[in-house]
Design a protein around this ligand. Structure first.
Ligand code: UDX
Length: 437
């Protein structure tokens, strides 16, 4: 089987590499020539555990290729996946210009039946826009070539992308012809053997499923953040409450962790886009608007707790940050709570000393030298009046508390992910604040 994947961003590169791993011949396409040159040399543009080795292995095996010319590979492929970006417009709706440009190129160059699958997260109705765009190009050329469109949203998580792709809970595929269904069944056969369910449905439902899944998960997080904040007011402990409700199989244990807000490339963007789609259809998404609002205020919570500890006097204080990425296992800082905190701390006149195992380069690119980048987690604590734990990287979980206390100017810890033991730290003489207890 031969397929092409357009867009070598997060989703495209993982998808292409994982399909190659199952024996499919994959060509990954991107307009960025530098990115393609690097990929050909085995240099990958993102941080994702295990991906580099897998790219290398499949390139060496001759199953994974990289090119800038989509038009040249169309003759040889059965399926083209579109995994290009859909950044939010100013008004929050997804910008489809890249998706439709790919459709145009396909329509202008295809010579035989092709199944065009959208993997990017796109609003309901996009697959049909893709179909119209391809058809318009074929009409321009005055040729009649059969093709199908399909929707196959991606649910992988950054930092766990390869496992998520190779052993998915489920694969969602929206199709509207038997031919397309057959091709997708063949492609996903290796995954079905591993007991993963492939759920076929109509195209609009598949497109909607992606937004509904991410919005539901974001809702759980904002709900738990609200519960956590209320726990603090009534003297309850959100960790116990989480355990208590998570053991109800109707609720389940996952995605119930309160913290300093969700970030990343998906939740914020998809929640916004779904609110927008609803608006365009004259329906107010009341729950999701609240989900967004709670998340925004949650990102400032650690700062407010810090202000309280120092009675509003933060001028000249040195604050250590452990973690910059929006979550562990990635260097991604899109919509990261750390960015909101850093801005607030700097406005309040604080000096910020930060350390992150993967996202220091990304942070420099985004905010330059507005903060001090420490060479390790303990270096970040030098002269610090407080430590804020923002991203729960494994290496932050069991620090040498004696060294921490000796290095800091004042023993104050704000734990934005509830990973430390309050009693232990208080016994050691730390002022300790966390979320929801
Ligand atoms: C998410 C979806 O999980 C994935 O299915 C989709 O394809 C893309 O969006 P990702 O953004 O990589 O994946 O990260 P995820 O692990 O889901 O975490 C998202 C955010 O929620 C992070 O900021 C994380 O810290 C936060 N989170 C997660 C919580 O605050 N509490 C939780 O209980 C879980």
């Amino acid at each position: 089987m031969n397929i092409a994947i357009v867009g070598t961003g997060y989703v495209g590169l993982v998808t292409g590499t994982c399909f190659a791993e199952t024996g499919v011949n994959v060509t990954c396409v991107d307009v960025n020539a530098e990115k393609i040159e690097n990929l050909q040399k085995g240099i990958i543009p993102i941080y994702e555990p295990g991906l580099e080795d897998m790219v290398q292995r499949n390139v060496n095996a001759g199953r994974l290729h990289f090119t800038t010319a989509l038009e040249n590979c169309l003759d040889n492929v059965d399926i083209v996946f579109s995994a290009v970006g859909t950044p939010p417009d100013e008004d929050g709706s997804a910008d489809l210009s890249y998706v439709l440009a790919v459709a145009k190129t396909i329509g202008a160059n295809m010579k035989k039946y092709t199944l065009v699958v959208t993997k990017s997260t796109v609003p309901v109705g996009t697959a049909h826009k893709v179909k119209d765009t391809i058809q318009a190009e074929l009409d321009k050329r005055g040729v009649s070539i059969e093709f199908d469109v399909a929707s196959n949203p991606e649910f992988l998580k950054e930092g766990n992308a390869i496992d998520d792709f190779m052993s998915p809970d489920r694969v969602v595929v929206g199709v509207e012809s038997e031919r397309a269904k057959k091709l997708m069944t063949k492609l996903y056969k290796p995954f079905m053997m591993l007991n993963s369910r492939v759920i076929f449905m109509d195209i609009p439902s598949a497109e909607m499923t992606k937004y509904a899944a991410n919005s539901m998960l974001a809702t759980r997080i904002s709900f738990m953040n609200d519960i956590a904040n209320l726990c603090e007011l009534v003297g309850a402990d959100v960790n116990m409450v989480r355990d208590g409700i998570g053991s109800d199989s109707r609720i389940g244990r996952k995605f119930l962790y309160p913290g300093c807000g969700y970030g990343g490339s998906c939740f914020p963007k998809d929640v916004k886009a779904l609110i927008k789609t609803a608006e365009q259809n004259g329906y107010p998404m009341r729950v999701l608007k609240a989900v967004e609002e709670v998340n925004e205020t949650q990102k400032s919570l650690l700062f407010e707790k810090l202000e309280k500890i120092f009675n509003g006097d933060l001028e000249g204080k040195t604050i250590a940050l452990w973690g910059l990425a929006f979550k562990p296992g990635t260097d991604d800082m899109r919509e990261a709570p750390a960015l909101v905190l850093i801005e607030k701390l700097r406005k309040a006149g604080c000096v910020v000393r930060a350390y992150d195992p993967a996202a220091m380069g990304e942070s420099k690119r985004r905010i330059g030298d507005t903060i001090f980048y420490a060479c390790d987690m303990y270096d970040a604590l030098l002269d610090a009046d407080a430590l804020m734990l923002v991203t729960e990287w494994k290496e932050f979980r069991l620090p040498a508390w004696g060294v921490v206390k000796k290095t800091m100017k004042q023993p104050v810890i704000l734990d934005g992910r509830n990973i430390y033991d309050a009693k232990e730290l208080q016994d050691l003489g730390f002022v300790y604040r966390c979320i929801g207890k």
